[in-house]
Design a protein around this ligand. Sequence first.
Ligand code: ADP
Length: 276
Amino acid sequence: MEKPKLIVDGKRLDGRGFEELRPIKIEAGVLKRADGSCYLEMGKNKIIAAVYGPREVHPRHLQDPSKAVIRYRYNMAPFSVEERKKPGPDRRSVEISKVSREALEPVIMKELFPRSGIDVFVEVLQADAGTRTACLNAASVALIDAGVAMRGMITAVAVAKVDGQLVLDPMKEEDNYGEADVPIAFLIRNGRIEAIALLQMDGRLTLEETRRAIELAKKGVMQIYKLQREAIMRKYMREGEDYEGSAEAAEVAKELSENEGGSEKEGGQSEQEVKE
Ligand code: ADP
């Protein structure tokens, strides 16, 4: 098929600006039987991640006495793409599973779980480019949902070069007909980007373009990171729910709020007393 124009009147085919992400939806804890799980949409991509473990490793000869063994399986459902995808692993899914595991491994505190295994399954229910990065975002949330100790969050997005222009988070047409596709994952700790966990490049970029692509990806991941955190907070801090504290605690809270007016002055005095 002839390459379509991917940028028309300064806009992308789906109306986005160059530095704009697709709409994202993230929900943590969607599967009952998994220890941790996440459902994530990024544009038309629909992903489910399920984490099992830390648990005993089978076969046992795969156990490591000093740390946990991490396994990551990326799989595309046969109905996830336009033409039915042949079920089961293929070269592409084996490669994606490998690089994604390698991106996550240093972030998981494996040394805390000797002899055990942590299995991460990601299922692509609907694909529209950028599935490996969307899956990593979902896997990170699912790992945290499973209570696995992590050094930070892995957050990923792709940057593409289309019609000579760098664009954030390419969708299918941009991925197919673009000049380059660069999926990038970052380690984010305490709200700061600390390291690159994955960087692949399909196509060609100059060094300068690569630098700009990384900067663009950084802008994108900070927005995704916020949504990942919010998804976890939504599950573990149900702020909208009725509070059923004890009557005693309610009484103390009432007293505290009534005294609030004079508390600053009093606080000041007691601080001085401590110093003296
Ligand atoms: P990513 O999904 O991480 O961007 P690729 O660049 O390899 O990985 O794939 C880009 C897109 O091509 C996928 O998201 C999917 O929409 C489509 N695709 C991948 N494999 C197949 C396949 N076997 N059949 C049809 N479409 C596919």
